[in-house]
Write a protein that binds this ligand. Structure first.
Ligand code: ATP
Length: 370
């Protein structure tokens, strides 16, 4: 049995916008899954759903099996226990998550007192141990949050998340507000803790390179759906879905020759969940879209060993490499949002590959339609 098995999860906020649409994910104990995607694609909504932290009135569908128990249907008393001992969450911006008027040691001790039935002295002792575990002296337990730096506060948040020995840690942009050096330290700390304690980790970030460096597997989300999933290095270096490929190019790995250049932003905006395009939600920004993409959405399908991608191009190409279908050159009429989606590094403009017969791309349709 997997530690976490998310099946066909849908989340619809009270106003009617579907923020998560049919997500399937799996995580084994001791493994690290990264979830990437632009702002608004539903990453945080997914994280909140895992712990039933969504606002009242939000509708959910599907299953979230944590050690085989469905979080979505369990009683509230059980949910409260699961929130600390089953799974816990580290949010970005620790200053907003910590209570400014309480000492950090007391804040770490509180869930231990409540959920572990420890004595006050035992909970305080454990809080001190946890602080040391995340690289802070136990004596800092008497500090208030404002007496700590941003990186130290984030360490406190991680200590709190570990307080009741959870099986799963969800880290939602845990390093976004930190400078690069501190970011690297916190990421190494998280990696170390996951390895030492055999917990599962779900790390959420818009930065695919950070996730690729930290996680075993990556899931890339777009408009509430997972559009690609697979081993972290492979998804980052040779993504199959055009959106995942564009996101990878926008966040080259440190040490990658491409990282000498400023990361190129993705052009265009993700769709409004209240007005999703028909067909594949990415097709208006996609440089390799076919006519059919404006009509039909694609489910995730096998895209190589241990990999899945939701793109019609993966299905039609036996190699599973959608790059074979990149247009040779963007014509002047291709000045829409998709025009700036980075092209693959390995294609040579002098030696374009043979154009395969088959369905016409939107590009071709636009060029030939009066
Ligand atoms: N409480 C809410 N009520 C209604 N809609 C919401 C609520 N929270 C988020 N949304 C909408 O749900 C969609 C997904 O938002 P979500 O915060 O999950 O995305 P995200 O990928 O985590 O973005 P970010 O990286 O900016 O946090 C967005 O369109 C957002 O506007």
């Amino acid at each position: 049995m997997s530690l976490l098995d998310v099946r066909d999860l849908t989340v619809t906020y009270a106003g009617g916008a579907a923020a998560v649409r049919g997500v399937d994910l799996r995580l084994e104990a001791g493994r690290k899954l990264g979830i990437a995607g632009e702002s608004g694609c539903g990453k945080s909504t997914l994280a909140l759903a895992l712990l039933r932290l969504l606002p009242a009135g939000t509708r959910t569908g599907g299953q979230i099996l944590l050690d085989g128990e469905d979080v979505l249907t369990m009683k509230w008393g059980r949910v409260r226990a699961v929130r600390w001992a089953g799974a816990s969450i580290v949010f970005q911006g620790a200053m907003h998550s910590l209570n400014p008027v309480h000492r950090i040691g007391d804040q770490i001790a509180e869930p231990i007192l409540l959920h572990r039935r420890a004595t006050p002295a035992g909970a305080r002792r454990k809080a001190g141990e946890l602080l040391e575990h995340v690289g802070l002296p136990a004596a800092r337990a008497t500090d208030h949050p404002h007496e700590l730096s941003g990186g130290q506060r984030q360490r406190v948040m991680i200590a709190m998340a570990l307080a009741c020995d959870p099986r799963l840690i969800i880290a939602d942009e845990p390093t976004t507000a930190l400078d690069v050096m501190i970011q690297a330290q916190i990421l190494r700390l998280i990696e170390q803790l996951v390895a030492d304690q055999d917990v599962g980790l779900i790390m959420i970030s818009h930065d695919l390179a950070v996730l690729a460096d930290t996680c075993d597997r990556l899931a890339v989300m777009y408009a509430g759906r997972v559009v690609e999933e697979g081993p972290a290095g492979q998804v980052h270096e040779a993504a199959r879905h055009p959106y995942a490929r564009a996101l990878s190019a926008a966040f080259p790995r440190i040490g990658d020759p491409a990282s000498r250049f400023a990361p190129r932003g993705l052009a265009g905006d993700p769709p409004d969940p209240f007005a999703l395009p028909a067909g594949c939600a990415f097709h208006p920004r996609c440089p390799v879209a076919l006519e059919s993409c404006a009509v039909e959405d694609q489910a995730l399908r096998p895209a190589g060993p241990g990999r899945r991608a939701a793109c019609v191009r993966v299905a039609e190409d036996t190699s599973g490499d959608t790059r074979a279908h990149e247009p040779e050159r963007h014509g002047p009429e291709r000045q829409g949002p998709g025009a700036h989606v980075p092209e693959p590094q390995e294609s040579s403009p002098q030696e374009p590959g043979p154009r395969e017969p088959g369905p016409r791309s939107l590009e071709e349709v636009r060029r030939t339609t009066p």
